[in-house]
Design a protein around this ligand. Structure first.
Ligand SMILES: [Zn+2]
Length: 118
């Protein structure tokens, strides 16, 4: 039931030439961080992906097409990134299960110790 999504962490314009159309004002790098979600919780992972796109020729530039210059700039941008800290957020369903567990355990203890009886 787990799904994963990516949210945009940072976008930056590069002044490098596009390897496809040679325009130097169309490249944009996007860094995305992965978020997983299931029935019980939402969690930010440490996984970060990046995507280079040229808005001039509307092409996604895969790393295999990157020039050394592009790679240098992207590495620099990546080092300057501040990823969101890993965190897990419990959803109401998880809280409901945790709290009902506590209640059940408390009731069992109360019965076992004779504090409560029918
Ligand atoms: Zn281009």
């Amino acid at each position: 039931m787990a799904t994963s999504k990516f949210f945009t962490l940072k976008e930056a314009r590069l002044s490098n030439n596009c390897p496809e159309c040679y325009s130097n004002d169309g490249l944009e790098i996007t860094f995305k961080q992965k978020l997983t979600e299931n029935l019980f919780c939402k969690a930010i992972t440490k996984d970060i992906i990046h995507e280079l796109k040229c808005f001039n020729c509307n092409t996604t530039i895969f790393p295999i097409r990157w020039t050394d210059d592009i790679e240098g700039v992207v590495n620099y941008q990546m080092r300057a990134l501040e990823p969101k800290a890993k965190f897990i957020k419990l959803k109401p369903l998880a809280w409901f299960i945790i709290i009902s567990d506590i209640v059940i355990v408390a009731l069992i203890i109360l019965f076992a110790t004779g504090v409560l009886s029918f």
